[in-house]
Design a protein around this ligand. Structure first.
Ligand code: ADP
Length: 263
């Protein structure tokens, strides 16, 4: 069987995108969409002359339109574009019953037919929890099958400090290995709490049990940082505000900056 022409077409279109960052998590509710949002916004603000796309392929639960405060529009900022299945669904219940081939079709269209502007430098992919059709599809288009070729595709694994969430991240890492997706590292979310009154960050879980950090060590993956549970962040996301300006100087943004620095 020769190469699938539709896959080749999408690959060619996406080949100029320097970084394709898959944000993955084993469980839902650990903050994957929140982190994708922060990451995309931070990249756009750190690299004003580069173009960033946030692609929301969480087909059964697209949350970026609300988080970005962009319920119907594709461009959020000058150099930040958002595309979400949420823009296309009449009702959020519509996509829940989609089967694999239909999801695959949708993802192919997102990658090949959306007008992402002249040149796209970064693409952040907000994915559904676990490893399902959406992940396999996106990986089939964005991860090169040629060993050693730099396709720019990489994964960031988001976890919360609980044991169950961490067990799921192991499965994510196995998935990445299987499809040939390089893992940048692990981000831990909600291990600490930022007090909205005094702004002090308090640890919630004992450090010696060390959730995300311990997991990273065990799996020999870089630990990228810990994003605290921050009521200001929760509210900014809920109301679709620009989290970067709402949260200037917060420890939460410092954690994200350290990750963006690697790009
Ligand atoms: P996922 O994409 O993994 O399902 P979300 O990003 O939608 O998770 O987060 C679930 C909920 O938790 C959202 O309401 C979000 O605003 C909130 N949340 C996530 N991370 C944080 C954080 N660090 N601080 C405060 N609230 C957070």
């Amino acid at each position: 069987r020769g190469p699938d022409p539709s896959v080749e077409l999408v690959r060619a279109r996406m080949s100029g995108v320097r970084s394709k960052l898959f944000v993955l998590s084993g469980k839902g509710g650990v903050g994957k969409s929140t982190f994708s949002n922060l990451l995309a916004r931070s990249l756009a603000s750190r690299f004003p002359d580069k173009n960033v796309a946030l692609l929301d392929i969480d087909i059964c639960g697209p949350s970026q339109p609300r988080m970005m405060g962009a319920l119907n529009e594709q461009y959020v900022e000058e150099n930040l574009a958002l595309m979400s299945i949420g823009f296309l669904l009449g009702s959020s219940d519509d996509a829940v019953i989609w089967r694999g081939p239909r999801k695959n079709n949708m993802i192919r269209q997102f990658l090949s037919e959306v007008d992402w502007g002249d040149s796209l430098d970064f693409m952040v992919l907000d994915t559904p929890p676990g490893t399902s059709d959406e992940h396999l599809s996106a990986a089939s288009y964005l991860v090169s099958k040629t060993p050693g070729e730099d396709d720019g595709a990489r994964a960031i694994l988001v976890t919360s400090p609980s044991e169950v969430a961490i067990a799921d991240v192991r499965r994510e890492a196995t998935f990445c290995k299987r499809v040939g997706l390089k893992v940048v590292g692990v981000v831990e979310n909600m291990a600490a709490f930022v007090c909205p009154h005094c702004k002090v960050t308090s640890e919630i879980f004992p450090r010696d049990r060390g959730g995300g950090e311990k997991l990273s060590e065990e799996m020999e993956l870089p630990f990228l940082g810990s994003v605290p549970l921050d009521p200001v962040l929760a509210r900014a996301c809920d109301e679709g505000q620009d989290v970067l300006s709402t949260m200037a100087d917060s420890p939460t943004l410092a954690a994200i900056s350290a990750i963006v620095d690697r790009e």
